[in-house]
Design a protein around this ligand. Structure first.
Ligand code: ADP
Length: 403
């Protein structure tokens, strides 16, 4: 089946056309700066060079029209007619407690996703915009919502309940939900394949280290704890987000700096993490460059980032009562030997030992980087969230056609 995977942000639409029969990506790209000056579509067919097209892309509907046109274009296209797109899979960030797996999008379902905006005001509105845009640009094609939260649905209450009055959970749904579910699901399944063992018999920790970052403890194929919480702000130190914090700090800063709720939100989500500590960049590559140039604050940022990660690896090894595999994925996880080395340093007593040479070699490719004789396998596995979304979409659409 040819499935168009859509991931919509406030001013961007990322897409990928995947043929699920052979699990191949036919083309992928991104429309950026939607509604701004100099909007641009970057498109890469699997067998030809990347192209950039600029245009006046006023909204997400026009963006999807651009995507469909280039997918069908003579020079850069990979299909002849829009009818070749058999289904569309949408990444939806928050599924709340209601959506424990991917679902077919119907008008009723859309209004339920709308009801979740309160839980994910920064993300779900854009995802809904993407769904509406596809309904207009590609009418009649079945669409599926794949939720970032769904994979974490089976966490026990001990992992998802916060130490605040229980009534807050009941009244406002305040609990840990977890995010990056499709990525944690994909790389844990790949780790099991690489170990040649059924995932139902394995204890795996997956570290998704992108601009946003989260770590998950996966027991027998089920996520039993994860570091992102009620929102994607909790847990690891990220590019621009603080991660774990004494909650009193924000109250204190708001009082001292006379910040509004909106400003406090921006401080924690956009001006904290690597950029906040270092003042250099939110991009790990630039942090590492600055560390090499002896920038002290960049060094503190890198140390904090890796220390927090190590702390979680230790905590989740306890939560899992042992460990078979540790996985690094996403931009930093796939490409940064130094982060992997620093966050695993001194963990030999757990059985985690990585090979220096293999670690340096593993840049953006699937590899077992464990040292010989290491009890626990450490893997670098490039994530493929789009493939998970495409496969889920195919499954749900086929089920709905058969029912
Ligand atoms: P997103 O969360 O936006 O999907 P990615 O998974 O693409 O992000 O990760 C982006 C981050 O990956 C960048 O901000 C950068 O810090 C990091 N990154 C990419 N390449 C490297 C590299 N070679 N070394 C260190 N970090 C890298």
């Amino acid at each position: 089946m040819k499935i168009l995977v859509i991931n919509c942000g406030s001013s961007s639409v990322k897409y990928q056309l995947i043929d699920t029969d052979n699990r191949r990506s036919l083309a992928k790209g991104m429309v950026s700066r939607i509604g701004m000056s100099a909007s641009v579509l970057t498109h890469k067919p699997f067998d030809r060079p990347e192209v950039k097209v600029s245009g006046e892309i006023l909204d997400h509907i026009v963006a999807v029209e651009y995507v469909v046109s280039i997918l069908m274009s003579e020079n850069h296209g990979v299909i002849k007619d829009r009818s070749e797109i058999e289904a569309i899979g949408h990444r939806v960030v928050h599924g709340g407690e209601k959506f424990t797996e991917s679902v077919l999008i119907t008008p009723g379902l859309l209004s339920e996703i709308r009801n979740l905006i309160e839980l994910a005001p920064l993300h779900n509105p854009h995802n809904i915009r993407g769904i509406n845009a596809c309904q207009k640009a590609l009418p009649g094609i079945p669409m599926v919502a794949v939720f970032d939260t769904a994979f974490h649905h089976h966490m026990p209450a001990s992992a998802y309940i916060y130490g605040i009055p229980y009534v807050m959970y009941k009244r406002y749904g305040i609990r840990r939900y977890g995010f990056h579910g499709t990525s944690h699901k994909y790389v844990s399944a790949r780790a099991a394949e690489m170990l040649g063992k059924p995932i139902e018999e394995l204890k795996i920790i997956t570290c998704h280290l992108g601009n946003g970052a989260s770590i998950s403890a996966i027991k027998n194929g089920v996520s039993i704890d994860t570091s992102m919480g009620f929102t994607p702000l909790e847990g690891l130190i990220m590019g621009t987000r603080s991660g774990d914090l004494d909650p009193a700090i924000i109250l204190h800063i708001m009082a001292r700096e006379e910040l509004s709720l909106h400003e406090a939100n921006t401080l924690l989500n956009k001006h904290s993490g690597l950029i906040g500590i270092s003042g250099v960049s939110s991009d790990m590559r630039e942090i590492i460059e600055a560390v090499d140039e002896n920038n002290k604050k960049a060094k503190i940022a890198l140390d904090c980032y890796c220390y927090r990660l190590k702390k979680y690896i230790g905590a989740y090894t306890s939560v899992l009562s042992g460990l078979d595999a540790l996985v690094f994925t996403a931009g930093v996880g796939e490409n940064s030997p130094i982060v992997r080395q620093m966050s695993c340093e001194g963990l030999d007593f757990f059985g985690i030992k990585i090979d220096e040479g293999k670690n340096k070699e593993a840049i953006g490719k699937e590899m077992d980087i464990s040292a010989e004789g290491s009890q626990i396998h450490t893997f670098v596995i490039p994530t493929n969230e789009e493939l998970v979304i495409a496969l889920d979409t195919e499954k749900i659409v086929k089920e709905s056609l058969n029912s």
